[in-house]
Ligand binder design. Sequence first.
Ligand code: BES
Ligand code: ZN
Length: 616
Amino acid sequence: MFIQIKSYHLLILFMSILSSIPVLAADPHSVAIPDEAVVQKLYLKINVDFGKKIISGKAQWTIKKSKEAEAIHFDTKNLTIEKITIDEIENPWKFSWGKKDEILGDELIIPLKDNTSIVTIYYSTSPESPACQWLDQQQTAGKKLPFLFTQCQAILGRTLFPCQDSPGIRFTYEADVKVPIEMLALMSAENPTEKNNTGNYHFIMSNPIPSYLMALSVGDIKFQSIGERTGVYAEPSMLEKSAYEFADMQKMLEAAEKLYGPYRWGRYDVLVLPPSFPFGGMENPRLTFATPTILAGDRSLVSLVSHELAHSWSGNLVTNANWNDFWLNEGFTVYFERRITEALYGKDFADMEAYLGMEDLKETLKEFEKNQSATCLKLKLEGKDPDDGMNSIAYEKGYALILLIENTIGRDALDAFLRKYFNSHAFQTMNTEQFIDYIEKNLFINFPGAEEKINLNEWIYKPGLPTNCPTIVSSKFIEVDREYQKWTDGAAAISLRTANWATQQWINFIDKIPSVITFERLEELDKTFNLSKTGNAEIADAWFLQSLIHNYSPAYIYMEKFLIEVGRRKFLMPLYKEMMKTTNGKNLATKIYSQARPNYHFVARQSVDEILKWKN
Ligand code: BES
Ligand code: ZN
């Protein structure tokens, strides 16, 4: 049989060998065809209009195209395209719309000339663009000025700027951002440390990043240095508290480098956002975005910073090829996070978090009993919103697998392997199959029998938790067990030895509360330990869940306040889900949500709408 090989096939093959970029499997969540035409560099010039809640300006892309490519394809959603130009020509250039999809958005197709290397898209966002949350002054700590933050992971980048919105496509960027004069603008780039009197800010990100790591925040923001390469940004009234909480950031950075090699991004700062931020943290390069709910006052929740910092290696440096490989980003990051925690605060502390993580995982496995395929590490998110894959499977099952590898071959060998893995794939993309191949050739080859013992195949492609999953033991929780036993045997709450308990121990205690218990005993706990009124969001969340389960209504007014103020999805979902189990609960959920919904970010709304079957 005669097989015709077209010249551009050879060209693509040749190009990919030359640039050592593997020809990527298509990303089901992007319309980009990088083998034909791919972005390399962005110059973004935008104006941030708080009155209209719109960002507008131009995205000027430097692109690389194959000889035959006739067009470049961009992901967009909720964007208005005003004009497009190519190269240095000022006259408007033609473009067309391709596929339209409720989840993926609108495909923008721009025809190219043979030698086109620059495509400039004049555009504006809409006030509903999900990547942007526009807060009015009431929703900030200072209550004086409005605030904007963006969240691009997983596929919201396309609602902020026209881009090839696939984690497998990287670009460097520069940006000129104009904001109201009283405000400071920050990006996932080199950042200013104070306001100027023009409202114009220039940004440079000289490492290539994927679009989901693009980020912008604008508001009344101040900076405080922590260490040589670390610092914190926050609203002025939150700054001191934030700097206290994150005092160990510089040490975290140094511990991380000691583990897996040099930090490649220059500075590492954290921006503490208003409470409606829908996540715990987001690893925007050079500038992690974080929820204020980790400001417990006692530094007990700072593992979140270790986590986002760890993404500077696993995720930002070596990036999941598409969202089906999400576990490569998060599983490694959780493992790395716990190693940083262990280096700074000891194994006992890290073990508590690993134990709680395993409890979460077991919960999730139960939830997915009827949807087993969602519990594989490698996901199948084609046709679905990649947000559906954001649960503890990628995080905690991923973590458990890496812990099993550590237990099987030893820590030193694993560390050496990971150092090499991050280094040799820096600024590249990784998919599950490439990873399996790499670990087989670079690690298992030196440990005969290890591969059979671990059984990657079962862990990655089969549902549930394999029987060789490591057991996690926490000595600190043995203390909790003892006190819990005393209490359930009838001892008064006041007699329990809880004086030096960490947040994690309280969570463990509260999670244990049995399904049959009297109102009086819950009231006793509440009064003794002030649980309903705690300022610690993790403890509050665990306690409110138990309060709902046991119909302990004195906690509800505090829960209501919490749910109206805090928009962190991880806290919201279990509480609303629990409320939806009873008629009274449903009424309560409706009452709270109708007040809280305007405060929540798009992704939190989307999740809670689904739980409540909310129709707007
Ligand atoms: N990258 C994630 C957040 C994310 C994942 C946003 C998927 C959108 C889609 C971030 O690193 C993360 O994992 N955050 C966790 C905290 C962490 C300590 C487990 C969170 O927000 O809860
Ligand atoms: Zn993460």
